[in-house]
Design a protein around this ligand. Structure first.
Ligand code: ARG
Length: 497
């Protein structure tokens, strides 16, 4: 019998039924649906909307549903359409329609499904944040260990100026710390209570939405009932944070891939995070990083999928909104493992410091610092010194020489009217000196890298504390519900509420 069998004289067509059902997607919401129902029932009884006997029967049935689901004897059936109706069907079978039929008082599947989804998504956000913390810590470890390790800095994938590997790693840590902040902010909009919005308009029953907020560990009530049932921006914000995070991760992945090539030779990836070829016996491929780069496309697709579903929908619930969950589930399945394997890939890589130092010094990379020197020591306007160094580089290239041929560099500068001692020139063109001199706020100087890394560490520790506090809040709410259920089933009332 369908929920709406009163209104309908006909069965749903089998193909239409199979088309409509969402049990595979809802499989992840069973525990959440049961918790939400326990709390709803407790609230109904506390408000005198159902009796204590009704509550007892409902809590007994919901407990049995949880146990039967864990034991595999309660299975979501496609013919029951979704998790909500499956649970209601189970209750009808176990505690009878007299009691089971009361649970849906002052509730709709519209606010129910949102409650379930929010309880699920908030946990997945915390899990993702934890995985991201792991990656940021790995990057910050590199920042500390390699604050002085030279590395070529690039713009346009062309040699630009010498930097340090610690500067590069802390740059990614800085970027990912903002991704952490975005996830933390998404949690705030996720963790508001939709329960009690009912179908769209609220209800004539005297609900206590603050009680359900507290017992489900939500931060506050999402008040406006019509807004509640029609809006999925909590999912869009979450997916936007995930899509941007994977976009950033794909950038890191791309750099890891290129740095591991024979041509760049920055680092060698561990065998545990690479694969071989089926035909070329010598190959060691950076597949983990490549797949991460590719998966970013899927996560971006998840965000686009949701936004396109929402676009143009009038306020209120529409069945289109059932399509909100698959992209969110998919993104959460992809992102935490990507963060974990990428952190491991980095942590286990062998850094080739000599190769990095060689490249940091190559291809005229210290030229900018020479121009800076001429400004400082010879009082030239920067544009003039830039031109002089440019001419010097041009001449060296024509002669197949480099900036390392200090004698020739000196001559070329002298030709342009600038007398620079060999000793000064040697110092200015030394990449170690260049890097040490970039002490401006946020620059690549080792002391500045260490300072920024320490500040980032402090920031992520603050984030970690928030994650712990949120987890504790959820655990407390769960435990409080469990205790109330236990007392009611032992014959006590709801006086404590
Ligand atoms: N499976 C539905 C969804 O995910 C549950 C809500 C159904 N509500 C309704 N009015 N048909 O959106």
């Amino acid at each position: 019998m369908k929920l709406w069998s009163g209104r309908f004289g006909k069965e749903t067509d089998a193909a239409a039924q199979a088309y409509l059902e969402s049990t595979a997607v809802d499989e992840r919401l069973v525990a959440e649906d049961l918790w939400g129902s326990q709390v709803h029932a407790i609230m109904l009884a506390r408000q005198g909307i159902i009796s204590l006997d009704d509550l007892r029967a409902l809590l007994r049935g919901l407990g049995q549903a949880g146990a039967a689901y864990a034991a595999g004897t309660f299975v979501l059936q496609p013919e029951h359409e979704d998790v909500h109706t499956s649970v209601e069907h189970f209750l009808t079978q176990t505690i009878g329609p007299e009691f089971a039929g009361k649970l849906h008082t002052a509730r709709s599947r519209n606010d129910q499904v949102l409650t379930d989804a929010k309880l699920y998504v908030r946990e997945r956000i915390l899990e993702t944040e934890e995985a991201l913390l792991g990656l940021i810590h790995t990057l910050l470890d590199w920042a500390s260990a390699h604050a002085e390790t030279l590395m070529p800095g690039y713009t346009h994938t062309q040699h630009a100026q010498p930097i340090t590997l610690g500067f590069w790693a802390s740059g990614y840590a800085s970027l990912f710390t903002r991704d952490l902040r975005r996830l933390r902010q998404a949690y705030e909009i996720v963790n508001t209570n939709p329960l009690g919005a009912c179908a769209l308009a609220g209800t004539s029953f005297p609900l206590d939405r603050h009680l359900t907020t507290e017992l489900l560990g939500f931060d506050r009530v999402h008040e406006h009932a019509l807004d509640v049932v029609g809006s999925r921006d909590f999912l869009a914000e979450t997916l936007a944070a995930l899509a941007l995070l994977l976009t950033h991760l794909s950038q890191l992945a791309a750099e890891i891939v290129w740095g591991s090539t024979y041509e760049f030779g920055f680092w060698e990836l561990d065998e545990a995070y690479t694969t071989g070829s089926s035909i070329m016996p010598q190959k060691k491929n950076p597949d983990v990083a490549e797949l991460t780069r590719g998966r970013a496309g899927r996560v971006i697709g998840c965000l686009v999928q949701l936004l396109v579903t929402l676009k143009g929908l009038p306020l209120g619930y529409h069945r289109d909104l059932q399509e909100d969950k698959p992209p969110v589930w998919e993104a959460f399945d992809l992102v935490p493992p990507a963060l974990t394997v990428m952190a491991r890939t980095l942590a286990t890589a062998t850094v080739h410091t000599e190769r990095l130092a060689e490249l940091a010094d190559a291809n005229f990379a210290p030229a900018t610092e020479l121009a800076n020197y001429l400004v400082r020591e010879h009082g030239l306007p920067f544009r003039r010194s830039y031109e002089i160094v440019g001419r010097t580089v041009r001449e060296l290239i024509a002669e197949s020489k480099t900036l390392k041929e200090i004698g020739r560099v000196r001559e070329l500068l002298a030709d342009q009217g600038l007398a620079v001692s060999e000793e000064n020139l040697r110092q200015v063109l030394d990449p170690v000196h260049c890097v040490a001199a970039y002490t401006s706020l946020g620059g690549t100087a080792p002391a500045e890298v260490r300072r920024m890394a320490a500040a980032l560490r402090e920031q992520v520790e603050g984030h970690a504390a928030t994650i712990t506090a949120r987890r504790e809040r959820i655990a407390q709410a769960r435990e409080r519900t469990r205790q109330i259920v236990e007392r009611v089933l032992n014959g006590e009332g709801l006086e404590e509420l």
